[in-house]
Design a protein. Structure first.
Length: 146
């Protein structure tokens, strides 16, 4: 039996993008032998707007927790996916046993403007993340190793 695979979604604050990726990965049917985690370089709490736009898409992330990445999380990961340039540049060293990918998603929490403009930015980030996660899930189902 092979060792359990662990996917770590990493962002700056673990409040929006990595939380959405974790929610989609758990909901879209990754193999039970794959553990899904998310963390931030500095946990900033779960963003209510991220919860809202995920609920619009039928995914409840309200019980997920914002956590700060630890060396143990990085060391145990089979695949580390950064979702912002800051996390990509400042991620702790990736162990030789892990693959690393970068999904450059704009931070919807940094958008200013009307409520409608901010909501649109969160929806755009959600939809882009969903596309990436669909690709990841399909890779896992087709037996792609990482």
């Amino acid at each position: 039996m092979s060792e359990k695979k662990r996917v770590l979604f990493l962002c700056t604050g673990n409040s929006c993008r990595s939380q959405m990726a974790e929610g989609f990965a758990k909901t879209l049917g990754t193999d039970p032998s794959v553990e899904i985690m998310s963390a931030g370089l500095d946990a900033q709490g779960l963003n209510p707007m991220a919860i809202k736009v995920m609920q619009e898409d039928g995914v409840d992330i309200s019980s997920q927790e914002s956590t700060t990445v630890t060396e143990e999380m990085v060391a145990s990961a089979s695949l580390i996916i950064t979702l912002c340039d800051h996390a990509d540049a400042n991620c702790p060293a990736t162990p030789a046993t892990a693959e690393r990918r970068h999904w450059p998603i704009a931070d919807p929490a940094q958008v200013s403007g009307s409520d409608a403009e901010v909501l649109a930015a969160f929806r755009d980030a959600r939809d882009e993340i969903k596309d990436y996660v669909f690709g990841l899930v399909n890779d896992l189902r087709s037996g792609e190793e990482f």
